[in-house]
Design a protein around this ligand. Structure first.
Ligand SMILES: [Zn+2]
Length: 423
């Protein structure tokens, strides 16, 4: 039998029990949690390995539901000057000028930053595809979504054939693992053709376990394009692909619905521009929505409809998006930005948007996002405040935490041990 490890921490926020556990322990075997409780309740055995984290607040590892590690080194390199379509064009130019070696550097830097700020699971949209082999070998738990975009392609059929061949060969060399899975990500409803939506939909019918994500209803320009078939997006598409069918009198969400993609979708990213019918459709198809507060502020999008989504029981999660449109890959910062816009939402609820909710969205609600027996041993630790005021809300303390984390464990293995004191 493999050795068991017990972690002691001053306080544990489990996201499972309503109250924190003071002077607590977590017993781990391999990658799973066996037991959680108060130190005084632990049955000591000489075979137990012990790690006392001292004055640490232990909590579930954070889950970043949307990121592009490819663009970590694009920080401050592409300027947004008020036009979303123009920003996308500049991003495409910058990407084309980036070498595979530069993408690798970018991904490695983003992985390091994510880990330092408490992310233990990361959903990455991969345009260069370089992130899959790197994340697979990295310390993070990850879901890599291979991006599809055929707007400037002469033949969708050929594009899809090559895409599938490339995917097959990549997965043959490097199959998914316990800590690295993969999925598909059509880029947006305006850069993927009806034909490619259809082909990928057929593929997903035969591969039911494959997760999916898409950027949708992000900007005013996107809304205008679907509503009237006009504006900067329509103008640019006409130049890039004169034979592209331009929609009208619809919304990005309804367009996805018309293309049969709503039942296939797991994580819808952004959804700033939605009407009542769109919300109904999201709720009906049980699509989780990823809100990226930092990126949202960068583009000055319309207010994200958190309250309306919550009322309709739509699952909302937080993501950082990439550093091309954000300042940091810290989910603590995203939680603070979110709470600034929604001060009425409790810190406990805000923390659930990067733990319990994304775990459910990824279909892993029974093993990620909580410190609970049977769950995977993914934790982070941050130093407890030196002197604690009575009735201090620890969830507020977590949301307002600004430094790198002092401890992190993923799949039962310690990745960062800055606060460790061995017994
Ligand atoms: Zn994105």
């Amino acid at each position: 039998m493999s050795q068991r490890l017990v972690l002691f921490a001053k306080t544990i926020l489990t996201m499972d029990r309503p109250k924190p556990i003071e002077d607590g322990f977590v017993l781990i075997q391999d990658s799973r949690i066996l037991q959680v409780g108060k130190r005084s309740d632990l049955y000591f055995s000489p075979s137990l390995r012990m790690l006392d984290l001292g004055n640490t607040l232990l909590l579930p590892g954070l889950i970043n539901s949307h990121c592009h590690l490819d663009f970590t080194l694009f920080k401050s390199k592409v300027k947004y000057q008020g036009g979303f379509r123009e920003w996308l064009r500049q991003m495409a130019v910058k990407s084309r000028a980036t070498t595979p070696a530069e993408f690798k550097k970018s991904i490695q830097s983003g992985t390091k930053q994510s880990l330092a700020f408490g992310t233990t699971t990361l959903c990455d949209v991969a345009s260069s595809w370089e992130s899959y082999p790197l994340l697979r070998k990295s310390d993070l738990r990850s879901f890599v979504f291979f991006e599809m975009i055929d707007m400037a392609q002469p033949s969708t059929e050929k594009y899809w054939k090559i895409f599938q061949q490339r995917l097959k060969s990549l997965l043959r060399q490097a199959p998914s693992t316990d800590t690295c899975g993969w999925g598909l990500s059509p880029h947006t409803p305006f850069t993927v053709s009806k034909e490619l939506f259809q082909l990928s939909k057929d593929f997903l019918t035969h591969h039911r376990d494959v997760l999916t994500t898409i950027h949708v209803a992000e900007s005013r320009e996107e809304s205008r394009y679907f509503k009237s078939g006009s504006g900067p997006m329509a103008d640019r598409i006409k130049v890039l692909n004169p034979s592209w069918t331009i929609p009208h009198s619809t919304t990005p969400v309804q367009y996805l619905s018309q293309n049969g993609w709503m039942p296939k979708l797991n994580l819808g990213v952004h959804l700033n521009e939605v009407n009542a019918q769109d919300l109904k459709s999201l709720a009906k198809n049980r699509i989780a929505v990823v809100h990226c507060p930092g990126s949202h502020a960068y583009f000055d999008h319309k207010l994200f409809p958190y309250g309306r989504m919550k009322k309709m029981k739509i699952l909302v999660c937080l993501g950082t998006d990439s550093l091309a449109s954000n300042q940091s890959l810290s989910l603590f910062r995203e939680m603070r930005l979110f709470q600034k816009k929604y001060p009425e939402v409790s810190s406990q609820e805000v923390l659930s948007l990067v733990t319990v909710k994304p775990a459910q969205a990824l279909g892993r609600g029974a093993e990620l996002g909580r410190v609970k027996p049977g769950y995977l041993a993914d934790f982070i630790g941050i130093p407890m405040p030196q002197s604690r005021r009575k009735k201090e809300n620890l969830y507020d303390y977590v949301v307002n935490y600004k430094k790198p984390v002092s401890f992190s464990m993923i799949n039962g293995e310690s990745k960062l041990r800055l606060a460790e004191t061995r017994r």
